[in-house]
Design a protein. Structure first.
Length: 154
């Protein structure tokens, strides 16, 4: 005969297992390299610093992936000080196929960026996650980067 305590323990364990199954989701770590073309508008500040409005068009490899490429649009604001310190905040949408895109918000400092996945569409609907972006080369309005993001979908 089941005691009230045993029933409660079994019921609680069942809820925990069901909750884990519902919230588990799939997590995939994506990696790649890319290149970008940058458009910027510069606002000089009275103290010698500058604020820049940045817009990037980018293409990057993505692994694992059937298509192998993602295309991105990014926009943000950057602050460059007279001491050559740099920081920016930006938002991007990366598209793999017509219906599959993910969005991110990032903070960029001189030696790299951290990003947070803030949603998406298609296979990335409801996506969350985080990752890193690192500039590898830049000259004028062009550059290259490598990235790694872990994306979890519900």
């Amino acid at each position: 005969m089941w005691t009230m305590f045993t029933r409660g323990v079994l019921f609680g364990a069942t809820l925990v297992l069901l909750g884990a199954a519902v919230s588990a989701g799939e997590s995939v770590t994506y990696r790649g390299t890319g290149s970008y073309v940058l458009t910027r508008a510069i606002l000089p500040l009275a103290n010698g610093d500058a604020v820049m409005h940045l817009i990037h068009d980018t293409i990057a490899t993505i692994e694992p992936s059937e298509s192998g490429f993602i295309y991105g649009d990014c926009a943000g604001l950057a602050h460059l000080t007279v001491e050559d310190e740099y920081s920016s905040q930006f938002f991007c949408t990366f598209t793999e196929t017509e219906g599959d895109s993910f969005d991110l918000r990032g903070r960029d400092e001189k030696d790299g960026a951290t990003v947070e996945i803030i949603g998406g569409s298609g296979k990335w609907t409801g996506a969350t996650g985080a990752g890193t972006w690192k500039r590898k080369w830049g000259q004028g309005n062009r550059g290259t980067f490598e990235y790694e993001v872990k994306i979890t979908t519900p």
